[in-house]
Design a protein around this ligand. Structure first.
Ligand SMILES: NC(=O)c1ccc[n+]([C@@H]2O[C@H](COP(=O)([O-])OP(=O)(O)OC[C@H]3O[C@@H](n4cnc5c(N)ncnc54)[C@H](O)[C@@H]3O)[C@@H](O)[C@H]2O)c1
Length: 337
């Protein structure tokens, strides 16, 4: 039998460091795959390629599964986001971001038992990238929401509820102000909800949602929302359970899936060997489940939970002093124990 192939995009900043740690752990627990390393981000630009080269996109399309490190996108001017290009080119329409309390991780919310999944639309909204300046003092951006885009996201969200045995699905929106765009999203949400009478469905305005997430986060189960709200709310949820170093994600399309951490390239700590690889590692755990490798996924996830609970070998973002490599070794030792 030929070996399974997985596309690898190390990315920028801390990307290569956390990717090495993650692949080392996967290999150490016995996961066999051919890693197909592809260009992206600043490394691609330095070679005169676009941030997300056509060859990379086509290779992922052919392979079907990718593990991706974060890529840097300059604010203001500069190149277009490699992520936005990739998600749009491969039509990775659903971005699934779980945020779950890890026992032993200390923070203002560690006494809470949080288990939230944010399902973020990944291809539409203000990420259309269409901006223009009709006057030197006026800049405008176009928010694009389509009915089929809303419908397939809501179909995916309600299917996930059944598949994962979740209890409550909440649509997050701002339809009181964005009456046409967010109004369309809500209409489709309730249309799909009517086909799933077994799921408890409700809706909340995004600003109230943020306030309630920091006052009573346990009430929430699964949130489904548009691209921009999902981007912000999922970082907020990551903060509730210990920070960006712990928050995994999956970009799901019809024929492809790209797994990546919620966080960015963390230029402030890049090259220091101190980044927390957990978010990318837990993204790889989601990838293993997607590939039907539940036993290996459980083994790695269990090791992460035990290492964090013991609190002996944590990276700086979690209050410890371990390097990326020391933490990765602790995960391997625990997974093999
Ligand atoms: N999916 C992606 O590729 C992605 C996502 C978000 C941001 N970005 C890009 O990343 C760059 C930096 O963005 P930013 O600074 O706003 O956000 P960031 O997520 O890179 O960093 C925010 C803060 O969290 C810390 N942090 C993030 N990940 C960490 C980890 N694994 N371990 C320890 N600490 C970690 C950083 O040190 C920083 O203090 C920007 O160019 C942005 O466009 C990329």
């Amino acid at each position: 039998m030929s070996m399974r192939r997985i596309a690898i995009l190390p990315g920028d900043g801390i990307g290569p460091e956390i990717m090495d740690a993650t692949l080392g752990i996967l290999e150490a627990v016995g996961f066999e795959a051919e890693w197909v390393r592809l260009e992206s981000g600043l490394a691609a630009i330095q070679k005169g390629l676009p941030a997300m080269p056509h060859e990379t996109i086509e290779a992922i399309r052919e392979i079907g599964v990718a593990l991706k490190g974060p890529t840097t996108t300059p604010s203001g001017g500069g190149h277009q986001s490699a992520n936005v290009l990739l998600r749009r080119a491969l039509d990775l329409f659903a971005n699934v971001r779980p945020a779950k309390t890890i026992p032993g991780i200390k923070g203002p919310f560690s006494s809470h038992d949080i288990d939230i999944i944010v399902i973020r639309e990944n291809t539409e909204d203000l990420y259309s990238g269409i901006e223009y300046q009709p006057h030197p003092d006026v800049a405008q951006a176009i928010k694009i929401i389509t009915r089929p885009g809303c419908r397939r996201l809501c179909d995916y969200a309600f299917d996930l509820m059944a598949r994962q045995g979740r209890r409550r699905l909440t649509a997050v929106h701002k339809a009181n102000i964005m009456k046409l765009t967010d109004g369309m999203f809500l209409e489709e949400f309730w249309r799909v909800a009517a086909m799933h009478p077994g799921v408890r469905a409700d809706e909340i305005i995004v600003d109230n949602c943020c306030m309630q997430l920091v006052t009573n986060p346990e009430q929430f189960d699964v949130l489904v929302t548009e691209n921009l709200y999902g981007d912000i709310v999922s970082d907020l949820c990551a903060g509730l359970v210990g920070g960006l170093g712990l928050a995994p994600g999956a970009n799901i399309g019809v024929n492809c899936a790209v797994f990546e951490a919620v966080h960015g390239s963390a230029p402030d700590i890049a090259g220091k060997g101190i980044a927390n690889p957990t978010a990318l590692l837990l993204s790889a755990v989601l990838m293993l489940r997607h590939l039907g490798e539940a036993v290996l996924a459980d083994r790695i996830h269990g090791a992460v939970l035990r290492v964090c609970a013991a609190g002996r070998c944590l990276t700086g973002d979690l209050g410890g002093a371990a390097s990326t490599k020391q933490y990765a070794q602790a995960i391997v030792d625990e997974a093999r124990a």
